[in-house]
Design a protein around this ligand. Structure first.
Ligand SMILES: Nc1ncnc2c1ncn2[C@@H]1O[C@H](COP(=O)(O)OP(=O)(O)OP(=O)(O)O)[C@@H](O)[C@H]1O
Length: 269
């Protein structure tokens, strides 16, 4: 793999940039030498086999790796041109502006209302909370389903509804970017479709990165796709790297690397 193959011209303004980023856990390199430009108001998909570092790179973009013991990030990650790892930067503020939705829907064991209000309050929101709750739930396409159940527990909802509640919770703290780590892998196809439609609406206002193992999902929802792979080390480990990053249509129909073609067509799936 040469770095020349790993990227192509950036189509629009990059909101987040990774330059020569490597991450290790307890001194063992997990993923190395990643360059990415994440375009604003687009959906970028990270695809590739298990263990190639997709979630690891995703977590670098909002400093979630700070919370993982033994994790070390090297290289440069910028957000609107500012080094996210500069020591003057507050990682909590980074996570407010770059929110995250996880694989398994994880509403708090609180009411639907509190699931939205809690984070907003902690972030110092002083406006009309009822309005914010409604606005966030509407944006996450779940308001109609829950408007009469504000005092019910968020856990009483179906898996798909819980995930949309978690998206509403992320939205409530007014991020610019939403990172989604396999947000549909625990959901049925109908709930998955709802979230995909929602992502298309959200990208008008937010920049989205999604990690997914679902090739059809990546080709359906994303504008740009980053394909990762991992190479074996002599010690029997694996090190992830970025194979290529391009418009999704190119990755799926005319990739630069044969291995990408094999992977996205399911030959190695
Ligand atoms: N908290 C951690 N502590 C130690 N090693 C970790 C940790 N998280 C990830 N790793 C290692 O880093 C490498 C990349 O893992 P990561 O989860 O980023 O890959 P991935 O491509 O997202 O995988 P998957 O598709 O299975 O979720 C793997 O070898 C994994 O074991």
């Amino acid at each position: 793999m040469s770095q020349a193959n790993a990227s192509s011209a950036t189509p629009s303004k990059a909101v987040l940039k990774a330059e020569n980023v490597s991450v290790s856990y307890n001194s063992k390199v997990a993923v190395k030498g990643v360059y990415l430009d994440i375009p604003i108001n687009q959906i970028t998909a990270f695809i590739g086999p298990s263990g190639c570092g997709k979630s690891t790179i995703l977590r670098c973009f909002n400093r979630m790796n700070d919370l993982v013991s033994g994790a070390k990030v090297e290289g440069l990650i910028t957000f609107h041109g500012v080094n996210l790892y500069d020591r003057r930067i507050d990682p909590v503020e980074v996570r407010r502006r770059i929110g995250m939705v996880f694989q398994k829907p994880n509403p708090f064991p609180k009411t639907i209302y509190e699931n939205i209000a809690f984070g907003a309050r902690i972030n110092g929101y002083v406006g009309d909370m009822d309005e914010l709750v409604e606005k966030s739930l509407r944006k996450a396409a779940i308001w109609d389903e829950v408007k009469d159940k504000m005092k019910d527990s968020g856990l009483s909802l179906s898996g798909g509804q819980q995930q949309r509640l978690c998206i509403a919770r992320a939205i409530a703290i007014e991020p610019e970017v939403i990172l989604m780590d396999e947000p549909c892998s625990a959901l049925d196809p109908i709930s998955t479709l709802k979230i995909e439609e929602l992502m298309q609406e959200l990208k008008e206002q937010y920049t989205i990165i999604i990690v997914t193992h679902n090739m059809q999902q990546a080709s359906r929802v994303s504008d740009r796709t980053a394909f990762f792979n991992a190479e074996a080390t002599p010690e029997g480990g694996k090190i992830g790297y970025l194979v290529e990053f391009d418009d999704t249509v190119n990755i799926f129909t005319n990739p630069k690397e044969d291995y990408t073609r094999d992977y996205v067509s399911g030959r190695f799936g």
